[in-house]
Design a protein around this ligand. Structure first.
Ligand code: AMP
Length: 276
């Protein structure tokens, strides 16, 4: 595995025309990230992973400074998973002038976009930079961040970016808790309590299948999540997927998405319900 920190060496390393599967991450790797690597390995000649904690997607009072980092461990996990090139740039490299950024027009006013203003502008900005640097054949994103996937797909279509976006399933602990770098902020009890989030999402999906009205499903979900001790609901929303707009009678895919704030960790989770 080659570790590359600057754009010139990256370009040199990737100049031989092999197909590239790209897995962008913020590091502190877990099985969720590694499942993206596995998918990328199956479908491409070479796998590039990036590790970059992107400052522009964090709000002023968010956890940029305390976001978990452990490069040595990440390096070892990436090597074992079969990553060929690990791109590990610093902020000055990624933002040489910071004169231009990408902005989201629609789909950022709901879910995480509503509670984290500017977050998705930061995400699309860094993804755009990374795509231009890596020029991947395919790029792999987890549905754990379903809104992010939808907005990246939208960006790729709007800007005619020559890359195929591959949606990958959410990887969970045995308890159902979605794996996340931020789970390290949870206490033992919170970790157990947080597994109720997935159970509540499954119930909501089953209720939709049984024909329960969307407002009732949402209310029941709020009720279920409110019962989780020492936590507060940030949002509980059902939106059309992947447009992220209001659900209509013709919506065929619904995203049921929630964010729950524990003492030190804000957890997001979701499930997609398909009609019929
Ligand atoms: P992050 O390092 O949190 O920015 O995540 C990097 C990539 O890994 C994103 O595409 C995430 O959606 C994906 N990812 C994070 N957690 C999971 C998970 N539990 N299952 C599947 N993909 C995940």
């Amino acid at each position: 595995m080659r570790i590359v920190t600057d754009p010139m060496s990256l370009r040199e390393t990737l100049s031989d025309g092999l197909t590239v599967g790209f897995v962008p991450t913020m590091g502190y790797l877990h099985e969720g990230h590694l499942s993206l690597v596995e998918a990328a390995k199956r479908e491409n000649d070479r796998v590039v992973m990036s590790i970059f904690v992107n400052p522009t997607q964090f709000g002023p009072n968010e956890d940029l400074d305390r976001y978990p980092r452990d490069f040595e461990r990440d390096e070892q996990l990436a090597r074992e998973a079969g990553v060929d090139v690990l791109f590990y740039p610093d902020t000055a490299t990624m933002y040489p002038l910071d004169m231009a950024r990408v902005t989201v027009r629609t789909g950022a006013d709901v879910l995480c976009g509503a509670s984290r203003p500017g977050h998705f502008d930061g995400v699309l900005t860094v993804v755009s930079k990374l795509f231009n640097l890596v020029r991947p054949t395919r790029a792999y994103f987890g549905l754990k961040d379903a809104q992010q996937v939808a907005l990246i797909e939208g960006y790729v279509r709007d800007y005619f970016v020559p890359v195929e976006i591959i949606r990958c399933p959410i990887i969970r602990e045995d308890s159902g808790l979605a794996k996340s770098s931020r789970n390290v902020y949870l206490s033992e009890t919170e970790r157990i309590d947080a597994s109720d989030i997935n159970r509540a999402l499954i119930e909501a999906r089953d209720a939709l299948t049984e024909g329960v009205a969307i407002t009732s499903v949402q209310e029941r979900l709020v009720e279920r999540l409110s019962a989780i001790p020492n936590s507060t609901i940030d949002y509980v929303e059902l939106v059309d997927y992947p447009t992220l707009s209001h659900v209509t009678d013709s919506s065929t895919e619904l995203l049921i998405a929630v964010a729950v704030q524990f003492e030190r960790a804000r957890l997001i989770d979701n499930t997609i319900w398909k009609r019929g």
